[in-house]
Structures are given as structure tokens and as C-alpha cells.
Design a protein around this ligand. Sequence first.
Ligand SMILES: *Cc1c(COP(=O)(O)O)cnc(C)c1O
Length: 411
Amino acid sequence: MSLEDKLSEVGRNLRSSIIRELLKFAASPEAISFGGGVPDPNTFPRHELAEIAKEVIEQDYSYTLQYNTTEGDDLLAQEMSKLLTRIYGIEGIQRDQMLFTTGSQQALDLMARIFLDKDSICFMEFPAYLGAVSAFRMSFPRFETVPVEDDGMDVDYLERRLKEIDAKGEICKVKFIYTVPNFHNPASVTMSLEKRKRLIEICNRYDILILEDDPYGMLRFSGEPKPSLYKLAGPDRVVLLNTFSKVLTPGLRIGVILGRSDIVRRATMAKQAMDLCCPSLTQRIAARYLNRYDIVEQIKPGIELYRSKKDTMIKALNQDFSVIEGAKWIDPEGGLFVWITLPQGFDTIGMFDVAKSKNVYYIPGEAFSIEKTPSTSMRLSFCLPPEEKIVEGIRRLRDVIVEYGKQKGLM
Ligand SMILES: *Cc1c(COP(=O)(O)O)cnc(C)c1O
């Protein structure tokens, strides 16, 4: 059988993740990897979760080991609604405005299914979160990208593009704008309040939905929290995605969509066709965890750990990268990443072979572009390596850049 002949257009267009390919060698013991964007397992409350898991399996087995509604666990909904009110100041959340999803990744998939057709236009940030790109790509939309600046997406550029699209009579094809406003993955920046308001004003004018993806908002090390787009504009304009993956554990696979009830209803119907429901077991574990522990207090040591690692990385960059004239990086107020941009002429994919030879790993910026654009940037994650490895890794990375720069006559 020729598989190519049998495959659907989606099936034929599937590509394995470039990140996975690049990080194949990063697992050796001598390697220092800033590649993985996953939380530090030491932050997972494993004893608490183990105790709760035993309880809810033994006591609530007729619920936790059974099928569940597509909408999800009502106890989790109560707890989640309290949490969302607390962290975002959003009041009056109704049950039918919330849908639990198998991580935010499923929420992204659901949004693509209910909003995007082949000729739809979908606005992304550049660089973009790859998980969203791969979920949306399944619907073959036309991607438009808006550059991310130090204080969030370039809303002037967005406005200009929308004006051009409107002039061509295509504005009705624009379905949504996807944004990660807090501690962007991978750009590590946070959108300013002024830009949040401008974004909403522009989207109100052109009647475009905003998809606000906020997995990192609770992981703030410094500075004042900014109001969410949802809080500022409400469910008529914004669908908010949140997840336990970065603040509790990704292993539970629990995310939530908060939005207008008719949108949530559509997403629920689409989810039913995909997987009927999220696992009852992990939803109930999360519900009981939130009920028993104050998650905002519980994550404080984890935030301290990440803050300390981030400080170590920034300090090492300030010291070691002073020899690389024109290199820039963001000192993030939260999240898991530092985004570094090298001077013109560098190509972080081209540099990867040198990095491999020195056993230090990062994600080249090209991986976060939709059209595979060569990039002078790279994403470094500080969450996994211990602090002494961060220091050593940055030193190796400096040597990589200097060696590559000399090879290419850039330094
Ligand atoms: C990690 C991350 C997610 C979370 O995905 P889950 O499916 O909930 O694990 C969503 N969006 C962004 C931008 C992320 O970085």
C-alpha cells in the first residue's frame, strides 16, 4: 500500500517537531540544555497529589473511574471559578462559560476547529508559540504575523495590516488574533497595559476575536501584574485559555477555556467528537487539590526557584556576553524563558553545529517562525538546569557564538 496515496491533506502535511530533532543529542550527561520548555519536576507537589489520588480513587470511584460530561467536573468548575476570580479579578463567571480541556493544547485545537476554514485569516505573533501554530495549521488558514516588541506585539503594525486587509474587502476572513500577553513563549516579554488597551480598541473596531493564552501569568517574579485582556474587554471580545501545566503539573493535562457561553458551547460540541471528556480522575484530583491547598501560596517556592535561576542566567549573560557586541536579551518579569537576539549576520540554526560540538543546546529562533525564516535569535529556558550548569552553559554558549562569529567573519 502506498501511504502517500491514502493520506488526507492533513495527514500528508504533518511534520515532526524541529525542536525534537534539534534536542536529540541534548540528553547526554555532559550536555547542558536550555532547550526544554518544561517545568522543573521538583516543583510538582507529588506527595499531596499522591494522597489525593488515593482518596479520590477509593472514595469517589463511581465518579473518578467513570465517564464524565464533556463540560467537565462541576467541583473543579467551582474551584476554577474561584481561582480565576482571584488571579484575574473576573467576577460573575457562569458554569456555561467554562470548558475543561486536555491541556491548553486541546483548547487551541478546538479554537481552530470552530473558527478556521481554509481561506480564514489568523493573526499570530512573531515569534510564535509553536503548539498554537501546529494546532491552527491543521485547518490550513492564511497566517498573518505581527512582530513582538519589548512591550508586546506591535499593535501599529497590526492596525496597518488590518486596514490593508479591510481595503481588499477581506476583513470578514480574519477570525482571531492569538496572543500570549504574559511572559511570552518564546519572546519572554509582557504586553504593556497601553498596548492591551490599543489591541482591544483595534479589535473592537474591526470586530475581531482575541485568543488570550496565559499559561505563565501566575509565574511572576517581579513587577505588578497587568490586567488580562479578558478582564479589560470581557467575553464579547476575548476567549481566555489557562492551564495547570506550568503552575501545578502538565501530567494532569488540564486546561480551561473561559469565554462567551455560545463559543464555549460550540467548543464543547467539537470536544465531544474528539475525546468525549477529559479524564474524570485528573479533574477530580485537581479539584480536591485546589480545595485543600491554596495554590497561590503553594507555588511561591517554585516561583522563587525560577526567579533565582533566571537571575543566575541574566547575571551570567551580563558578564560573559559583554564580548558579543550588539547581543540583546530580555530580563523577563516571569515565565520560563530568556530570548536572546544576536547581531545581524548570525544564524542560530547555522550555529547549532558549533553548539553541538560544545555540548550546549538552545532553540533557534527559526523554530518559532511560521515560514521558516532564518533568525538571529534563540530561546533559552532556565527552568531545568541547576544553577551551576546555567553558569557553565552560558560560558559555553559565549564560546559557541565567538567561534561561529569568527568562522563567518562577523567578529
Ligand atoms: C506551555 C504552554 C501551553 C500549555 O500547554 P498545555 O497543553 O496546557 O500543557 C500553552 N500555551 C503556551 C504559550 C505555552 O507555552
